[in-house]
Design a protein around this ligand. Structure first.
Ligand code: T1G
Length: 692
C-alpha cells in the first residue's frame, strides 16, 4: 500500500489516498495524485478517475505541520488543484468522513463530487488564522453563492453531505458503498462533455452590500483578526474578477496570513489542545472504568451545572442535597436552563424531558452506593469536604471514583481521609460548568493510572477539554489568576483607574479584564481566598483597596455594585464612590498616583501570568507550557489567536519578557530567566521535554 494507490476498476482508475490518521495533504500525497492522473491520462482505456480516502475519512486538509516548511518543500496542493482543473477526463471526488480545507479544495477542482450523507465538508482555515489557499475562496462562492460561501469560510464550520447536495456542492449522495457508488457515477458521466469546471462559473449574489455586511460582521465576531478580512477581499474578487486573478491573489494573501502571529497562535493551540490529552508515562492501553452512572453531591450552581454535562450525553445522574428546598431549587435551575435552550431552538422540549428523566434527586447520600463516579461539589471548605469523603468511603461501591470539584484545596488531604486514595481525583469544573469547556483534572499523589485515564476519557465524552494538573494552591489556572489579580490591584494603587486596567487587557483581546471578571465572579470570592491565604501563611489580614470595597458590601454584579455600578443590563459603569475610595486609600498609604500607560498595564498583567506559569512548569504542576495555554484559552478567555499566555511570551521574546518584568518590579522565575538566557522559547522547552 503506497500513500496514493492506483486501483483499476475496468475503465475507471481509482486513486486511493492512504495517509492516516486523517489523510492530511502531507508530502507524498500530491506526488501520488499527480502520478495517478498522469497514468490515467496516458491510458486511453481509462475513461474517468475517482479520488477517495482510505480509512475513516477523505482528505482533512493540508498537513498543518508543513506550514513552517520552506514554500518550495511544502506539499504542492495548488499544483495538484491546477492539474485537476486542466485534466481532460472526468474526475470524481468520493467523500466520506471529512473533506476540510485543502481536502474540499481538492474535491472542488474535480469535475464531480459524490458523498455519503453524514460526510462533513468545510473550509475551517479561518480557525487556524489562515484562509483557503488552494482555490477555496474562488471556487466555493462559485458553487454556493457569495453569502453562503462567506458564511462557511468565516465561521469555518462544516456542513453535512445532505446539505451540500442541496447546495450543489455535491452532485450525488451515495447511500451504500461509497466506492461502488463513485465508480458507478464516474462510468455514467465518462462521456459527458464539456467537463464541468467550477472555475468557469460565476458567483451568484455577489453584490457590494453582501461584502460590506460581511466586513461589518467580522468587527464583532473576529475582532482584531487578520484572515477574515482577507477572506472577504478574496471572495469579492471571485465575484468581480476573472478566476485567474483571484487564484493568484489568494496565494499571496495566504502567505501573508500564514506568517502572522495570529496564525502561529491558532496553530499552536490546535496541537496543544491535542497534546494536553496525552499523559506522558501513561500508556494508551491503561484500563479505564466504564462510567454508566454518576453521583453528584451538591445541587448548587456548580453541582447543577456539572450534572447537566452528564445528562447531555445520556448518563444518568443521582444528585444529593441536605435539604429538600435546596434540592428543589437546584432541579428548578437545571430544568430552566434546558427550557431556555429549547426556547432558543437548541433542543426540543422532548430533549428536555429526556434529560430530566435521567436525573434522580435525593436527600440520602446512601443512594450513591452504585454510582461509578461520585463528584463532590459543595462549599469550598476543607472540613466539610473531609466529612463528605469520610462518608463516601463507607458508602461508595468498590472501585468507584471519588472526585472533588474543589477549585484550590489540597486533594491529597481530602484523599487522606479515605481508605482508597487511589480512587480520589480532582475534577475542577469552571463556572458555568455546563458551558465552560475547560476541566482541570487534578492528579493527586496516589491517584491511580486507571482513575486518571478514566477521567481523561470522561472529559472527552462530556465534550470538555481535560488538562492534567498537579496539587498546589489554585492548581494552574487559579494560581496564575491570583498573581494576575495581585498585579492588577497594584497597578490601581500606583495610579491607574480600574477601567483603564481592564481596557489594557481588552486591548490584548480578552473580553473581560481583571476587574470586569472579578465583579462577575463575585468580589467576595477573591476576598475570602485572600483572607484564607493570609491566615494559612500567618500574614496580617489583607486590607487593600479592593478588600475595603467588599467590606462596604459591594460584591460585584450580584449586588448591583462592585468595582463598577451595574444597570439592569449589567453594563459596568465607573462611579465616584470607587474613585474616592481608591484616592483616599492611596493618600492613606502615602502613594502619589502616577500615569500608567496601557502598554505597561498590558505587559505587567500578561507577564504576571507568564511568570507564575513558568514557576508552575518548573514545579511540574503543569506538564507543558502548551497545557497552560490551553487552560487559559478554554478557562479564562485568553484569545486563541494569541495562542495563550506562554505562546504570547514566546512571540514577544523571553528576553524582552524578563527585561519588562524587572522593569516593572516583578522577579522573573528561574526557568523563565534560564530560557531567556539560552535564547529559547517555551515551545522549545516543551519539545525538549518530549512533550510537545
Ligand atoms: N494536519 C496535520 N495533522 C492533523 C490535521 C491536519 N490538517 N488534522 C488532524 N491532524 C492530526 C491531529 O493533530 C491528531 O494527531 C490526529 O490527526 C487526529 O486528529 C491549503 C491551508 C479532521 C475533524 O483544519 O478538524 O487545508 O494527536 O484528534 O477528533 O486551504 O482533526 O493523534 O498525533 O483532531 O477525529 C484545514 C483539522 C487545514 C482540519 C478529526 N483542515 N483537523 O478530528 O481527530 S489548513 C483542518 C480537524 C488547509 C488549505 C489550508 C480534526 C478532524 P495526534 P484529531 P478527530
Amino acid at each position: 500500500m503506497s500513500i496514493v494507490d492506483q486501483i483499476r476498476q475496468d475503465d475507471i482508475l481509482v486513486l486511493s489516498i492512504n495517509n492516516p490518521p486523517v489523510n492530511a495533504f502531507s508530502p507524498g500525497v500530491p506526488e501520488g495524485l499527480k502520478a495517478g492522473l498522469d497514468a490515467a491520462q496516458a491510458d486511453d482505456t481509462v475513461r474517468a478517475v475517482v479520488i477517495i480516502g482510505s480509512g475513516r475519512t477523505f482528505v482533512a486538509g493540508a498537513d498543518i505541520k508543513t506550514f513552517n516548511m520552506p514554500r518550495e518543500q511544502a506539499p504542492d496542493l495548488r499544483g495538484t488543484v491546477e492539474k485537476l482543473d486542466r485534466f481532460p477526463k472526468p474526475t470524481v471526488a468520493a467523500i466520506h468522513g471529512t473533506a476540510l480545507g485543502g481536502g474540499l479544495e481538492l474535491a472542488l477542482a474535480c469535475t464531480y463530487r459524490v458523498a455519503v450523507p453524514d460526510a462533513q465538508l468545510g473550509l475551517p482555515e479561518v480557525k487556524l488564522g489562515v484562509l483557503p489557499g488552494a482555490g477555496g475562496t474562488q471556487r466555493l462562492p462559485r458553487v454556493v453563492g457569495a453569502a453562503k460561501g462567506l458564511e462557511m469560510m468565516l465561521s469555518g464550520n462544516p456542513i453535512r453531505g445532505a446539505e451540500a447536495r442541496e447546495l450543489g456542492l455535491v452532485d450525488e449522495l451515495v447511500q451504500g458503498d461509497l466506492l461502488e457508488g463513485a465508480v458507478r457515477f464516474a462510468r455514467a458521466h465518462a462521456d459527458a462533455r464539456p467537463l464541468p469546471r467550477i472555475s468557469e462559473r460565476s458567483v451568484e449574489g455577489g453584490s457590494p452590500e453582501v461584502f460590506a455586511a460581511a466586513r461589518e460582521s467580522i468587527k464583532k465576531t473576529h475582532r482584531g483578526q487578520l484572515s477574515p478580512s482577507l477572506i472577504i477581499d478574496l471572495a469579492e474578487m471571485a465575484a468581480t474578477q476573472p478566476f485567474q486573478t483571484g487564484w493568484e491573489a489568494e496565494a499571496e494573501k495566504f502567505m501573508q496570513a500564514k506568517d502572522s502571529p495570529q496564525s502561529r497562535g491558532l496553530r499552536h493551540i490546535f496541537f496543544a489542545e491535542r497534546e494536553s490529552a496525552k499523559i506522558p508515562g501513561l500508556s494508551k492501553d491503561t484500563p479505564t472504568l466504564d462510567i454508566r452512572s454518576v453521583g453528584i453531591i451538591g445541587a448548587g450552581t456548580m453541582g447543577g451545572g456539572i450534572a447537566m454535562n452528564f445528562l447531555n450525553v445520556g448518563i444518568p445522574v443521582t444528585i444529593v442535597e441536605t435539604a429538600q428546598e435546596a434540592l428543589d431549587r437546584g432541579l428548578g435551575v437545571i430544568r430552566r436552563n434546558y427550557e431556555n435552550s429549547a426556547k432558543k431552538g437548541r433542543m426540543t422540549m422532548e430533549d428536555v424531558e429526556k434529560r430530566m428523566a435521567l436525573l434522580t434527586p435525593t436527600l440520602n447520600m446512601e443512594d450513591l452506593a452504585d454510582a461509578d463516579i461520585i463528584i463532590e461539589a459543595v462549599f469550598e471548605n476543607m472540613d466539610v469536604k473531609k466529612e463528605i469523603f469520610t462518608k463516601l468511603d463507607a458508602i461508595a461501591k468498590p472501585g468507584a471514583i471519588l472526585a472533588t470539584n474543589t477549585s484550590t484545596l489540597d486533594v491529597n488531604e481530602i484523599a487522606s481521609v479515605t481508605g482508597r486514595p487511589e480512587s480520589v481525583i480532582g475534577l475542577h469544573f469552571f463556572s458555568p460548568a455546563n458551558v465552560m469547556k475547560l476541566l482541570e483534572i487534578v492528579r493527586a499523589d496516589k491517584t491511580s493510572d486507571s482513575v486518571l485515564a478514566t477521567s481523561m476519557a470522561l472529559a472527552k465524552k462530556i465534550r470538555k477539554v481535560g488538562v492534567v494538573v498537579g496539587v498546589c494552591d489554585g492548581f494552574v489556572g487559579n494560581r496564575m489568576i491570583h498573581r494576575y489579580g495581585d498585579e492588577a490591584r497594584k497597578i490601581v494603587e500606583e495610579g491607574a483607574a480600574p477601567q483603564d486596567v481592564d481596557a489594557s487587557m481588552n486591548a490584548l483581546g480578552l473580553p473581560m479584564g481583571p476587574f470586569q471578571m472579578s465583579d462577575m465572579a463575585g468580589l467576595d470570592i477573591g476576598y475570602a481566598i485572600r483572607q484564607h491565604q493570609a491566615k494559612v501563611r500567618g500574614e496580617p489580614k489583607p486590607d487593600g483597596w479592593l478588600d475595603r470595597i467588599v467590606e462596604r458590601g459591594r460584591k460585584g454584579q450580584k449586588t448591583g455594585a462592585g468595582i463598577y455600578d451595574y444597570d439592569e443590563q449589567r453594563k459596568p459603569r465607573p462611579n465616584d464612590e470607587m474613585e474616592e475610595l481608591i484616592s483616599s486609600y492611596r493618600a492613606e498609604k502615602g502613594i502619589t498616583p502616577r500615569e500608567i500607560s496601557q502598554e505597561e498595564s498590558t505587559k505587567r498583567l500578561a507577564y504576571s501570568l507568564v511568570n507564575e506559569g513558568a514557576k508552575i512548569l518548573e514545579e511540574g504542576i503543569a506538564q507543558r507550557a502548551g497545557d497552560i495555554d490551553v487552560i487559559y484559552i478554554y478557562g479564562y478567555g485568553f484569545p486563541a489567536y494569541r495562542g495563550g499566555p506562554m505562546q504570547y511570551a514566546d512571540e514577544m521574546g523571553l528576553q524582552n519578557v524578563v527585561a519588562d518584568l524587572e522593569k516593572y518590579g516583578q522577579t522573573p522565575a528561574p526557568l523563565l530567566r534560564r530560557l531567556a538566557e539560552e535564547g529559547k522559547t517555551f515551545a522549545q522547552y516543551d519539545a525538549e521535554k518530549g512533550r510537545a
